[in-house]
Design a protein around this ligand. Structure first.
Ligand code: FES
Length: 243
């Protein structure tokens, strides 16, 4: 079996947020089926550098689906065609020989393009600063397990704690709403004993900040849930709306 394929890339190129962007085409030969898409981009960038062409800028860090740094549109879909998968965990074996792969940055006003596929997601940090934390006085460090939390609540809180803040939910939403992101952050802490008393106030602040940062409102299209690499349920938006 041939473990190598050729790929064609149509990549968004933009020097900075003020410049006009355009698509550029590249072909990459001998791409192993066993490498990730980001590793294929590394391979492509090495070729470009050898030819004195500016390499493609894209964001990444852990490459393990944990940090949320990676993320762009792959064939029009946030993080690409594989459900529950980040861009960095998407492997070349998911593509056919000679496939055309279109790569674009998140198309969201609140995420201005830094360069090519890399966007500035500082607006998500501002949402966290507005209320995605706990400031409840908890005294000295308690002994382990001295605050009783049922396994159901712990698992439920953990489900939302898996949000990696990649911004795919915003990029997938036709309104560029960050509702699933703030719902996940509120539900993560707001279900635990330490977070219950402040969740109403934090919800108000995060919603206000959402408008300030230019994110849209939720209109229940559920695309956020479909594209979330951690498969966080949009039911958490309903949970947030009842706070
Ligand atoms: S690089 Fe960390 S989640 Fe993809």
């Amino acid at each position: 079996m041939n473990n190598f394929i050729s790929l064609n890339f149509k990549v968004w190129r933009q020097i900075d947020s003020k410049s006009k962007g355009y698509f550029e085409y590249f072909t990459l030969e001998k791409v192993s089926l066993n490498i990730s898409l980001l590793e294929a981009l590394d391979q492509l960038n090495e070729n470009l550098i050898t030819k004195n062409i500016r390499p493609i800028t894209f964001d990444h860090d852990c490459r393990e689906g944990i940090c949320g740094s990676c993320g762009f549109l792959i064939n029009g879909q946030p993080h690409g065609p594989k459900k529950g998968t980040t861009s960095c965990q998407l492997y070349i074996r998911n593509f056919k020989d000679n496939a055309l792969i279109t790569l674009e940055p998140w198309r969201v006003k609140s995420f201005p393009v830094i360069q090519d596929l890399m966007v500035d997601r500082n607006s998500l940090d501002k949402l966290i600063i507005s209320g995605g934390y706990l400031n409840t006085g908890t005294g000295d460090s308690p002994d382990a397990n001295s605050i009783p939390i049922s396994p159901e609540k712990a698992f439920s809180s953990f489900e939302t704690a898996t949000c990696i803040g990649c911004g795919a939910c915003v990029a997938g939403c036709r309104n560029s709403s960050s509702s699933l992101f703030i719902a996940a952050k509120l539900a993560h802490l707001g279900q635990l004993p330490q977070g219950i008393s402040s969740k109403k106030e934090r919800s108000k602040r995060m919603r206000n900040q959402m408008a300030i940062e230019g994110f849209g409102q939720c209109s229940n299209n559920l695309e956020c849930e479909a594209v979330c690499p951690k498969e966080i349920s949009a039911d958490w938006i309903s949970w947030m709306n009842k706070i």
